[in-house]
Ligand binder design. Sequence first.
Ligand code: GCW
Length: 666
Amino acid sequence: MSYEFAWLDYRKGVAFRAADLFKKIALTGFDDATAADKDILFSAELELKRASRDICGQEAVFVRDEAVSDGINIVFDKSLGLPEGAYGIEIDGTRITVKASSACGILYGVFRALALIRTGRISEKQITEVPTSPIRMLDHWDNPDGSIERGYSGKSFFFRNDHLYVDDRTREYARLVASVGINAVAINNVNVNDIATGLVSGYDRKELAMIAKIFGDYGIKLFISLNFASPMSLGATDTADPLDEGVAQWWKKTTDDLYKDIPRLGGFLVKADSEGRPGPFSYGRTHADGANMLARALAPHNGLLIWRCFVYNCQQDWRDHTMDRARACYDNFIGLDGQFDDNVILQIKNGPMDFQVREPVSPLFGGLKKTNMMVEFQIAQEYTGQQRDICYLIPMFKQVLDFKTYNGEGEGILCDLVTGKGLSRACGMVAVSNTGDDPNWTGHDLAAANLYGFGRLAFDPTLSSEEIADEWSRLTFGYDDTVAEGVSKMLMMSWPAYEKYTSPLGIGWMISPGHHYGPDIEGYEFSPWGTYHRSDRNGLGVERGKTGTCMIDQYNEPIRSIYEGLDTCPDELVLFFHRLPYDHVLKSGKTVIEHIYDSHFEGVLDVEEMIGIWESLKDRIDELRYKRVADRLQGQLRNAKEWRDRINTYYYRHSGVPDKQGRMIY
Ligand code: GCW
């Protein structure tokens, strides 16, 4: 499949005085770099070449180790002491200087300088940026057969016909994600099946090494998702018990061999004892036993072991009201705090359930005190419209990052905990990727704002959602205020709109089972997955407070009291935490049933408004992309109406309460 250049299409965008700037480009300190650094610096050089050609149609003239007064100076200088990945940019009339002490810093600084030129923001005189998260990662759920679990943008571009696949697009991908600061990528699904099990032990090793090299050229470390039972599945041992000497030896040798071929491998990512995947529980061992055994194989190579906390019972009995899936993540890991080796990082989903449109923050973040943590977001829009509906997730991620956990060390702001502020811990942010081999990478053109935005946010969480939307729009659609305003408005209204027309007040789910698009209110109600809303004629919701499953007690004070109290619990989460009657009056002044009706009618109106905005931009956006988005918006409108009518009808029939405004409910 052919591909487009997304926000890196330098032919788009107006460049003020760009031709002058590109007249001369001076590279300083490049020749003294190590071999690995040179590869990254070379990518930066290529980028400048490409930009010069595409922005102003001229070949860049490079000079070495001399400062130019008119043009671009790129200064690689370790003695500046800037942290890894950090850069400084100085703009002075017709001279731009990018400085860094690491090769990645140069690469990021070059991308940033080019973005500033393209968005016309070269009046900002001096910028120093230090990446906030040490690890800024994308997890791909790609399978060897080319399918992508929860993929909504075509097929995998890493795998095809049961093999790894390397072509121009591999490099283009690395370039794209490095441009927003991504420095770690797991290319295969955390559900590691069949052939993928062999990736750690030699399968397609040549291609794997090629991918790692291309990633390395862009400062990205390759991670491999592994099957916890690999030695057993591959027939080398008859157990996968993490405390078995033979198992540990197998992992050690396998890992040593892997590092011989791929010296800069980042490490492993593991989903264990979750949704049918093997794990230490089968041997009566803890997740610390499992993770540490693997971490010890990686430690001599400085590798990291990323262990997922998405562990819950998916064989639940819906009749049993005492069990609560929302408790599982905390209950499974809190007792292990302090038991993990230094090179283990726990990867915790942002919410206690599973990437719903609205969830509280996982209480595990505020519970663990002596464990490395990463927050896991999902930009693949599994439950948020599957890249058919627009849902710009950056505002949600920001709310999560701003959350105060009160973990005993002051406010314990989540962003600080996962970025290791003040501590030199291994930690960071990860997102389940939303890319595939569709020409525009993300299926919906506007879904690319989530890919772009996640990277930018992981680098600098102080950026606002609006800034990111505006910047992405200008880089993608060109320098046009009207387009940027319109597109940003659409993006900013999209998450609230999606929340309004889907399941209400934080209760989540109600999506069609299996594929997870569109409504099916009772689809999971009598299933083993543990995701219930328990609606009846009296009300709806799961009581998670003191009279229920006590899940609220997993939070620290004062959050615990805030969520426990009906007068303090925020409306948007009230049905996550409490079971309520339809006539319960929310803080907004509306009853629960009024809120359900009103929000669903509003959600559809919001989609109509987005369509109106898009139509107003018709002559300003190229035909191909205009039409792609316009078509998807019509699909979104159909989806929103389907949700509205099903939810409103269901709750009208259950509650018997008519709509005050007499709107059409079936
Ligand atoms: O959201 C759920 C998905 C599964 C996924 C799982 C996980 C990779 O429905 O498809 O499996 O989460 O995060 O492991």
